[in-house]
Design a binder for this molecule. Structure first.
Ligand SMILES: NC(=O)c1ccc[n+]([C@@H]2O[C@H](COP(=O)([O-])OP(=O)(O)OC[C@H]3O[C@@H](n4cnc5c(N)ncnc54)[C@H](O)[C@@H]3O)[C@@H](O)[C@H]2O)c1
Length: 457
């Protein structure tokens, strides 16, 4: 069955839809979606320039599930797999308006040129549009990102004052658009562990007044967003929304959050291969991962305190996928090591090597080597776009918006966030199924279990 969208476009809705109609469940994506990006560096400018290039028909949105992905509805024999963006009411790319903050004054054209991810010819075609996007002064403190120093920063009497200034920026932007989402594409901050200040909204607000050192700039942005009811995505491994005060704030203000750290290159591969070894009951002895990277992110990660934050985020996936407690003979003794080396000649074109020592039947050893010559921001930009669009969808979905954590978005993140007591799902294919089933669920379609016995009746 096909229904008409409010804007007149056709939308696929399965004939098996239950009591509720789609319109009752998810509010339409009417008007402009404002996207506030923290940190207009390589990932952010590649996303913004990419969206504009796609809008102008200059390129295809490759790597973006929201733009290119389909979703199967009903039985395999129904042959019904509409585009995701025709099935759920997502904001159209033409309705996205970007703004952001950075510690450098460069506009998005200058920052993109500096990042050198996209070629100069493409950027020139987009120059008038990109030059108009100028960053607002940032909330920044060198204590948390030691390798950076920028002058385009806000001044305030304490962290509470800085949060209020960000809230004023959000309110001013809200007047120009219909809905707002915020995404952190800023640098990796030093490693922080949750403390007493993170335990409740009240403690956090006191901490803002008292300039508690446990409150990093990324948390101040997230606090401002969630307090204003704005969904927040975290592209970095920072401690930002993954503690009780933020989870409470997210639920209280119906401002969805998800996990952290874009799952782009090496961890993406890990969460594909590790489930494959486990599915076949092949053992793993060691997994050595190393990277060379020459962009500004690489420079920041060259500093041990920022690297520690990234390392923790990257390490988590294998432990959860392999479940060594369930499979002690196969996975209880894995040596897992991760290295990131700053190597300027490569710029954004990272190279990631993995050496995996596995073992099979009767314990016989084997090895697998991966050499992934990837482009960091080319992989991250579509993820950032999808997170923004799906968080906006979550905000318009009564079933989702007050849950706080959107576990179904784990698909995009190295460190998924879950309800208390739940272990995170890192397996990419479980995550993909969870995401698509969530979309089916909110649209009232039948979930797909892949059981398939009905075909043999
Ligand atoms: N590219 C990837 O594949 C990938 C994958 C996972 C995570 N990430 C993370 O995404 C983030 C962005 O990566 P990138 O390659 O674009 O880095 P980048 O260094 O090019 O950009 C980061 C930008 O954030 C700005 N910034 C830092 N602190 C800020 C603050 N407090 N307020 C406003 N702006 C601030 C910096 O000035 C810089 O322009 C990094 O944390 C990185 O670790 C990237």
């Amino acid at each position: 069955m096909a229904t008409k969208k409010k804007d007149g476009a056709k939308r696929d809705v399965p004939s098996s839809m239950g009591r509720k109609t789609a319109a009752m469940m998810v509010e339409p994506a009417k008007g402009k979606l404002g996207v506030m990006v923290v940190g207009l560096g390589a990932v952010a400018t590649t996303m913004i320039a990419g969206v504009e290039a796609v809008r102008r028909g200059l390129a295809k949105p490759i790597g973006s599930l929201t733009q290119m992905g389909t979703i199967r509805l009903g039985k395999r024999t129904d042959n019904h797999s509409p585009l995701i963006k025709d099935f759920v009411p997502l904001a159209d790319l033409k309705d996205i308006v970007f703004t952001g903050w950075d510690i450098f004054e460069e506009n998005v054209y200058e920052a993109a040129t500096h990042a050198a991810v996209l070629d100069p010819e493409t950027l020139k075609k987009l120059k008038p549009y990109l030059s108009r996007i100028k960053p607002m002064p940032a909330v920044f403190d060198r204590y948390y990102v030691k390798r950076l120093d920028g002058k385009h920063v806000k001044k305030g009497k304490n962290k509470r004052d800085l949060a209020d200034q960000l809230r004023a920026d959000i309110r001013a932007f809200k007047k120009t658009v219909d809905r707002v989402v915020m995404i952190w594409a800023g640098s990796t901050e030093i490693f922080l562990k949750p403390t007493a200040v993170h335990k409740s909204i009240e403690a956090f607000e006191k901490g803002l007044e008292k300039n508690d050192p446990g409150i990093a700039p990324s948390q101040i942005y997230a606090y401002a967003a969630l307090t204003e009811g704005v969904p927040f995505a975290n592209g970095a491994p920072n401690l930002t929304v993954d503690f009780p005060a933020m989870i409470e704030l997210s639920k209280q203000n119906a401002a969805p959050i998800c996990g952290k750290d874009f799952k782009t290159g090496q961890t993406f591969m890990k969460t594909v291969l590790a489930p494959a070894f486990k599915a076949r009951m092949l053992g793993v002895k060691g997994w050595f991962s190393t990277n060379i990277l020459g962009n500004r992110d690489g420079e920041v990660l060259d500093e041990p305190h920022s690297f520690k934050t990234k390392e923790e985020s990257k390490l988590g996936s294998l432990e959860y996928i392999f479940q060594p407690d369930l499979y002690p003979d196969l996975y209880s003794d894995i040596y897992h090591k991760i290295r990131i080396n700053y190597y300027p000649p490569r710029g954004d074109e990272k190279e990631a090597w993995d050496n995996i020592d596995i073992f099979g039947w009767l314990g016989y050893p084997m090895q697998l080597k991966i050499d992934f010559l990837c482009r960091d921001s080319i992989l991250a930009a579509p993820i950032a776009l999808d997170l923004v669009l799906f968080l906006d969808l979550a905000k318009r979905t009564p079933d989702l918006r007050s849950l706080g954590i959107q576990e179904w978005l784990s698909f995009y993140l190295k460190s998924p966030q879950t309800a208390k007591g739940l272990y995170p799902e890192h397996d990419l294919f479980i995550q993909s199924m969870k995401l698509k089933n969530t979309l089916r669920h909110i649209m009232g379609a039948d979930l797909i279990t892949h059981l398939g016995l009905e075909y043999y009746d």
